[in-house]
Design a protein. Structure first.
Lengths: 376, 340, 314
C-alpha cells in the first residue's frame, strides 16, 4: 500500500507524474485524531518549558473556542472564510494545479463586492445581495482565471503567477483605498471604501436575544452551500470526474475530455470564485465595507486546511474548524492564561507538523508488524 | 445548563489567571488590544504595552494584553475584555475605530479608549460615546521639533551633513504617518528654506530591506539627515544612514540605541504616557471621554535624546520651537507638502 | 525623468543587493528540488538564520561563530523537514508550511523574550562590504559591484560552484538522478534517502545565508518576520530559472531590479502623471510574470519532484 502525497507545487507542470492524495478519511478518523492528540502533547511540553501551565492553557483554548454559544459563533465566523479558501485551494489540487493565490483572489472578490454594494446602495436586498455576491465570485474567478490562462497559453507555472498576484493585489488595494478611486474619506483617515448599501449586508442569523453579541452571519449558510457545490461538482458532474481523473494522472481522460487549456482556465476560475466568495462574505457579513489590509492570512492557512482535509469536502470543513478553534481559542489563551500569541503559533505548527508526519503515528497506531512493513 | 457550566469554568480560569498575575481583586483591570503589528513592532504597540506595564507596576492595576492577528479579531478581542468586566479597555490604533464603537455600545458600563482615533459608526462618521476616550496625538508637533534640529544642522553644514539636504520615509501614506512628515517639512521650510527636502515610502512597516533601499536612494541624492516614520521598515532606513556615515532621526520611541552615533534624535510620540495617564484617570475617577489630545502642552510629544554631534544652537532652536508651540505661536502644518 | 533613474549605477547596485537574499533561497530550492524533495520551508530556514545569527553575534561578539550558528539553525529546521519528508514520507507541503509557521513563531517568541521592548542591541559584528580595489575604481561597474557586501560575492561563488557541481560532477549527476529516476538510481546503488537528506539539509544552510544577509549585512538588527516572503519569491525564482543555479540567479536579479525600480521611481513623473507610490511596489511582481510569460517553452521540474520515494525493504 503506497502512501500518496499531494501534488508538488513546484514540480511537474502537467498531469502525468502528479499523484492525488487519496481520501484517507474513508479509512477512518482514528489516525488523524491520534495525531492531533500527540501534537497537543508535544505542544503542552513546550508550554511547560516556557513557564506556563499547560492545563490552564489548553482549558483556555478549548473553552475559548467552544465554551459558550457565543464562543462557538466566533469560531464559526473564522471557519467560514477558511473553509471557502480551503475549497479554492482544493479544487485546484484535484486537477494537479497549485493555487497559492487564494489570498489574492479573496481580496479581488472583496473589492468587487465592496464596490458593487456601495455603488447601488438604494437597491433592495433581494436584488443587491445576489448582485454583490455574484460580483465577488466573478471578481475572484477572473483573477484566478488569469493565472490559468497564463499557464495554458504561455506555460507560466501557476505557482509563480499566483504568488506574484497575491502581492500585486495587496498594493493595488493600498492604492485604491488610501488615496485612489475607491477611497471613501471618513473622519479618521482609516483607509476604507464606502459602506455598502443595507441591502448588501448579510444578516446575522442568530438573533441577539438567543446569543448576545453574536456576529454569526448568513455567510455560514453560503459556506455550507459552497461545500455542497464543491462535492457536487467533483463527484456528480462529468466535468468533475474528468478533473479528478486528470489529477490522478489518467492520460486517457486528459485527452478524451475538454481541451486541457480550457480546463486549466476553468479550474483556476472556479478556484478563484470560491476564494472571491470568501472575500465577499467578509465584506458583506462582517465589515460592511472594504478595509485596507483586512483578512490577511486566510489564503495561506487555506493551503494547510486543504491538505489536512485531504482535499475532501468533509475533511476541509473539519480542518477549517480546527484552525478556527485554534485562532479563537488562542485569543483566550493570551487574555486569560497570559500566553504569548507566538507560543500559540508554535503549538499550532507542532500540530500541523505531526499531522503531516502521521505515517509514523499510523505505524504506532496499527501496531502490526515492524514499522517498515506498515510503511511499505 | 452547559452555558452556566462553561461560564463557571471561565470564571475559575479568570480567577486563577488573576492569581497568576498576582494582583488582588480590589484594583482596576486594564486590558490592551494591540493592532496587527504585534508587540515586537518597536514603536506603536510596544510603547502602548510599555504604558500598560508601567501602570501595572506603578499603579497596581491588573492588566492583560491581546495581540490582534487580523482585522476580524478587533471586535472579539475587545469583547473578550469587556465580557470579563475589565474597567478600561484600550484599543491601539486608528483601524479599530469602528470595532470600538460597536463594542462600546454593547458594554456601556465598560470604559474604552482608542489610541489615534475616535469611535466611528457604521457609516464611517465619528460618533463620540460617553464611555470612549479618544487619545489623539499631534504628531506634526513632534515632527516639527526634529525638523528644526535637522534644518539647523543642514543649513550650517554640521558634521557629516554637508549637502544641505534632508529627507524622510513613511511606511504607508496614512494620516498619523503623514502628520509627522508634514511637521518635519514645515519646520525645514521655515528654518532653512534653502534646504532640499526629499520624501519617500517603503509601503511596508516590517521589511527592513525595503526601507534600506529607500534610504540608499535618498543618500544617493544627497540626503544627510534621514527621518524614519516606518516602524520596523524604518530601522532599515536608519541602517542605510549608518552605513553611509550620515545621520538619522527615530520616531515614536527614543531610538538612540538603534544606532548610536547615527541617530541624532527622535520624534517622540508618548503612547505609553497616554496609556498610563488614562489608566490612572480611571483609577482616580477622572476619566474624560471624547477627545483627549496629547501634544506639546501636556508632554505628549517631544524630541528624544540628542546625540553629542547636535550643536547647542540646534537644541536651543528646538527648545524655542517647543515653547512657541506650547504658547500657540507656532502651529505646525499637518499636511505633507513634498510628497515624494 | 532621467535615464539615471532607470539604469543608473545606484539602481543596479540596489538591484543586486535586493536580489541576493532571494538568490540564496532560490539556490537552496534548486538543490532540494533537484534531489526530488519540495522544501517550501526555505522561508523558515531564512528567518532562523537571520535571528540566531544575531543572537550568536550578541552573545559571542564573534562574526564567524554567529554565521556558523545561523547556518546550524537554518540547517536544523531543514533537517526536520528531511525527517518528515524522506523518512516519514509525509506530505511535503504541509510539513514545509508547518515548519515555516514554527520558525516564524519561534523567532518572534524568542525575540520578545530576549530583546523585549529594547530591540536587538546595536553595534553587533556585521558582515562587512568587500571592496575590490581594481574593480571599485572603474567608473560605472565600480559603483555597481565594487562595494557590495561580502555575502553578495559568496552568493556569486555559490552560483558558480553549484552550477558546476550539479552539471559537471559525478555526485551532482547522482543527485539529479535521484530527482529524476529514484528507482533507477536505487538500482545502480545510489542511496536515495541519504542523498535527499544531504540535499535538504544543504538547502537549509544556503537559505540561512540569505537570512544572515538580511539581518547581519543590510540592517544589523532583527525584527519579526523580516524575511517578508522572500523564501517564497525565491521558489518562484527557482521555477523561473528552470531549476538551475544560473537561472535562479538571473531570475532573482530580474526581481531585484524591479524592486529597485519601485524605489527609484518614487517622486518621478512622466509628464504630468505621477506614479502612485503604492502601485510602484507592484513593479517587481508584474515584471516577473511578464518575464516568465515572455520566455518561450515550458519549464520542467525534475520528474520525481515532490514524490516520496518508496523502496523495497528500506
Amino acid at each position: 500500500m503506497t502512501l500518496a502525497s499531494s501534488a508538488s507545487p513546484t514540480g511537474p507542470a502537467t498531469a502525468p507524474s502528479v499523484r492525488q492524495p487519496t481520501s484517507q478519511w474513508s479509512q477512518g478518523p482514528a489516525v488523524p485524531v491520534v495525531s492531533v492528540l500527540v501534537a497537543l502533547l508535544l505542544g503542552a511540553i513546550f508550554v511547560l518549558i516556557s513557564g506556563h501551565n499547560p492545563i490552564q492553557a489548553y482549558a483556555a483554548l478549548l473553552f475559548g473556542a467552544f465554551g459558550s454559544p457565543y464562543d462557538i459563533t466566533e469560531t464559526l465566523v473564522i471557519a467560514v472564510p477558511l473553509t471557502l479558501a480551503g475549497l479554492s485551494v482544493a479544487v485546484a489540487f484535484r486537477t494537479g494545479l497549485f493555487n497559492i493565490g487564494a489570498q489574492g483572489q479573496l481580496f479581488v472578490g472583496a473589492l468587487a463586492a465592496g464596490w458593487t454594494g456601495a455603488q447601488f446602495p438604494d437597491l433592495p436586498g433581494v436584488v443587491l445581495l445576489p448582485l454583490t455576491l455574484v460580483s465577488g465570485v466573478l471578481g475572484g474567478a477572473a483573477y484566478g482565471a488569469i493565472a490559468g490562462w497564463l499557464k495554458a497559453t504561455r506555460g507560466v507555472n501557476e505557482v509563480i503567477t499566483t504568488i506574484m498576484q497575491n502581492y500585486i493585489v495587496v498594493f493595488v488595494m493600498h492604492w485604491l483605498l488610501q488615496d485612489g478611486p475607491m477611497s471613501a474619506p471618513n473622519a479618521l483617515g482609516t483607509p476604507a471604501s464606502s459602506p455598502i448599501g443595507a441591502g448588501a449586508i448579510l444578516p446575522i442569523i442568530i438573533p441577539n436575544s438567543l446569543v448576545p453579541l453574536s456576529r454569526l452571519h448568513a455567510g455560514v449558510l453560503l459556506a455550507v452551500i459552497a461545500v455542497v457545490v464543491f462535492w457536487f461538482l467533483l463527484w456528480r458532474t462529468s466535468l468533475g470526474y474528468e478533473l479528478r481523473a486528470v489529477g490522478l494522472g489518467a492520460r486517457a481522460a486528459a485527452q478524451a475530455g475538454i481541451d486541457p487549456r480550457r480546463r486549466m482556465i476553468m479550474v483556476m476560475g472556479i478556484a478563484g470564485g470560491f476564494a472571491g466568495l470568501a472575500g465577499m462574505i467578509q465584506v458583506s457579513g462582517l465589515f460592511h465595507r472594504v478595509y485596507d489590509g483586512f483578512s490577511s492570512g486566510f489564503g495561506f492557512d487555506a493551503i494547510a486546511v486543504a491538505l489536512l482535509g485531504k482535499n475532501s469536502p468533509i475533511g476541509i470543513t473539519l480542518a477549517a474548524l480546527l484552525f478556527a478553534a485554534f485562532q479563537r481559542g488562542g485569543t483566550i489563551m493570551q487574555s486569560n492564561a497570559g500566553i504569548s500569541s507566538h507560543l500559540i503559533e508554535i503549538v499550532e505548527a507542532i500540530v500541523l507538523f505531526v499531522i503531516a508526519a502521521e505515517t509514523i503515528v499510523r505505524a504506532i497506531a496499527s501496531r502490526r508488524g515492524t514499522p517498515a512493513e506498515a510503511l511499505a | 445548563m452547559k452555558r452556566l457550566f462553561a461560564l463557571a469554568f471561565i470564571t475559575v480560569l479568570v480567577a486563577t489567571s488573576c492569581g497568576a498575575l498576582g494582583i488582588g481583586g480590589s484594583s482596576i483591570k486594564v486590558g490592551l488590544v494591540t493592532d496587527i503589528g504585534g508587540l515586537n513592532d518597536k514603536s506603536f504597540n510596544a510603547l502602548a504595552n510599555q504604558g500598560r506595564l508601567d501602570a501595572a507596576s506603578q499603579l497596581g492595576v491588573t492588566t492583560s494584553v491581546i495581540e490582534s492577528k487580523k482585522q476580524e479579531d478587533y471586535v472579539p478581542n475587545l469583547t473578550t475584555f469587556a465580557q470579563q468586566n475589565y474597567d478600561l479597555v484600550i484599543a491601539v490604533g486608528f483601524l479599530m475605530t469602528n470595532a470600538t464603537w460597536t463594542v462600546a455600545k454593547q458594554f456601556p458600563s465598560v470604559k474604552f479608549a482608542i489610541i489615534d482615533g475616535a469611535p466611528a459608526n457604521a457609516k464611517g462618521d465619528t460618533e463620540n460615546l460617553p464611555n470612549v476616550a479618544n487619545l489623539f496625538f499631534k504628531e506634526q508637533e513632534a515632527g516639527y521639533l526634529v525638523g528644526v534640529i535637522a534644518a539647523t544642522m543642514a543649513k550650517n553644514k554640521v558634521g557629516k551633513a554637508t549637502h544641505n539636504t534632508v529627507c524622510s520615509m513613511g511606511g504607508i501614506p496614512i494620516p498619523p504617518v503623514d502628520r509627522f512628515i508634514a511637521g518635519y517639512q514645515d519646520a525645514v521650510k521655515t528654518v532653512s528654506p534653502s534646504t532640499t527636502i526629499l520624501n519617500g515610502y517603503s509601503n511596508d512597516f516590517v521589511d527592513q530591506a525595503k526601507g534600506n533601499a529607500v534610504g540608499v536612494n535618498h543618500i544617493g541624492k544627497g540626503c544627510d539627515i534621514l527621518f524614519q516614520v516606518a516602524g520596523g521598515s524604518g530601522l532599515g532606513y536608519i541602517a542605510a544612514a549608518k552605513q553611509a556615515g550620515v545621520y538619522a532621526i527615530g520616531v515614536d520611541a527614543d531610538q538612540k540605541d538603534a544606532a548610536p552615533g547615527t541617530v541624532i534624535t527622535s520624534a517622540l510620540k508618548r503612547v505609553n504616557k497616554a496609556v498610563f495617564d488614562t489608566a490612572k484617570a480611571v483609577k482616580d475617577g477622572k476619566y474624560k471621554d471624547g477627545d483627549n489630545f496629547f501634544s506639546a502642552t501636556n508632554d505628549g510629544i517631544g524630541y528624544g535624546s540628542l546625540d553629542p554631534v547636535v550643536p547647542a544652537d540646534a537644541k536651543a532652536a528646538a527648545d524655542q520651537a517647543l515653547a512657541d508651540i506650547k504658547s500657540g505661536k507656532i502651529k505646525p502644518k499637518d499636511t505633507v507638502q513634498v510628497k515624494g | 525623468m532621467s535615464l539615471e533613474v532607470l539604469i543608473g549605477a545606484g539602481v543596479l547596485a540596489t538591484a543586486l543587493r535586493l536580489a541576493t537574499p532571494i538568490a540564496f533561497a532560490a539556490l537552496g530550492g534548486v538543490i532540494t528540488e533537484r534531489s526530488g524533495v519540495t522544501n517550501i520551508a526555505l522561508e523558515g530556514s531564512m528567518i532562523m538564520g537571520a535571528f540566531f545569527g544575531i543572537v550568536a553575534a550578541d552573545k559571542t561578539g564573534s562574526l564567524p561563530i554567529a554565521i556558523a550558528v545561523a547556518l546550524l539553525a537554518g540547517l536544523g529546521l531543514a533537517a526536520l523537514h528531511a525527517l518528515a519528508s524522506v523518512t516519514f514520507r509525509a506530505d511535503q507541503i504541509v510539513s514545509g508550511m508547518a515548519l515555516n509557521i514554527l520558525a516564524l513563531g519561534l523567532t518572534s517568541y524568542l525575540n520578545y523574550e530576549l530583546y523585549g521592548t529594547t530591540g536587538t542591541p546595536a553595534d553587533l559584528p556585521t558582515v562587512p562590504p568587500l571592496v575590490i580595489p581594481g574593480i571599485s575604481a572603474l567608473p560605472f561597474v565600480g559603483e555597481v559591484i565594487g562595494k557590495q557586501n561580502a555575502l553578495v560575492w559568496v552568493m556569486f561563488v555559490l552560483v558558480v560552484v553549484l552550477q558546476w557541481f550539479l552539471f559537471r560532477t559525478v555526485p551532482g549527476l547522482r543527485l539529479r538522478a535521484v530527482g529524476e529516476h529514484p528507482r533507477a538510481a536505487d538500482t545502480v546503488g545510489i542511496d536515495v534517502r541519504r542523498t535527499r537528506y544531504w540535499a535538504v539539509i544543504a538547502s537549509g544552510a544556503i537559505a540561512a545565508l540569505g537570512g544572515v544577509f538580511l539581518s547581519m549585512a543590510i540592517s544589523g538588527s532583527f525584527t519579526d518576520n523580516m524575511t517578508n516572503g522572500r523564501g517564497f519569491i525565491g521558489l518562484a525564482a527557482m521555477i523561473f530559472g528552470r531549476w538551475t543555479p544560473v537561472g535562479a540567479l538571473v531570475a532573482s536579479l530580474i526581481f531585484g531590479y524591479g524592486d529597485a525600480l519601485s524605489v527609484s521611481l518614487q517622486g518621478q513623473s512622466l509628464g504630468d502623471l505621477r506614479f502612485p507610490v503604492q502601485l510602484l511596489s507592484t513593479i517587481p511582481y508584474v515584471f516577473t510574470i511578464l518575464a516568465v510569460a515572455g520566455f518561450v517553452g515550458r519549464s520542467r521540474a525534475p520528474a520525481a519532484d515532490g514524490l516520496p520515494y518508496e523502496s523495497e525493504g528500506h
